[in-house]
Unconditional design. Sequence first.
Length: 226
Amino acid sequence: MVLAVVASALAAAFAAVVAFRFAKSRRPAFAVWSFGLLVFAAAAAFQAAGEANGFGEVTFRGFYLLGGVLGVIYLALGTVFLLAPRNVARASALVLAVVTILLAVDAAVIPVDAARLTTAKGVLGDAIQHGTLLYIGVVLLNILGTVILVGGSAWSAYRFFRERAGADRVVCNVLLTVGALIIAFGFSTAKTLGIGSLDVLGGYEAIGIAVMFAGFLSLGRVGRHA
């Protein structure tokens, strides 16, 4: 529970910092990233509540929808707004909004096997029927989101390094890439380990979001004069 609380608090603080950057720059990517981090913070809060009191249908549905399905893809949408043409980014946001509504409805009504919520594998997806819209959304959106988020950050790091745009930008994107990979690895590890491994997931989440936060805070601070 403690690790999930730490992950939620870090994500909320990260979201506030990014929102402040959006208020100064008015760049849409910052607004979307801030929203994605709030989604992540809410998912970790549902996880903490489930670990503390036992997962019921409400905590499971909230955690699975926000953390399992939507967290990564909204962070990836911020990367799309940063790197893609504006019309592509807006079209992607519209499509994702429709998909989010459909998945939220499915998450609210899908049957849940409460007996399986006592295990990490159940909380991470085995408590619902495979092949449903929600389950397919988890697989597809996480793969797509991770590829966009990690690929975009890695490409930006390479581009800034090649153009010698500043060590801080390289460090930022490297740490964003590493942090995202840590979180993705945490989910797969938690599902593999089974009972009790949600503690492991909380640890990966806290470390991953801390690494990403450190990367963002390095902008303007690493490799530059005050």
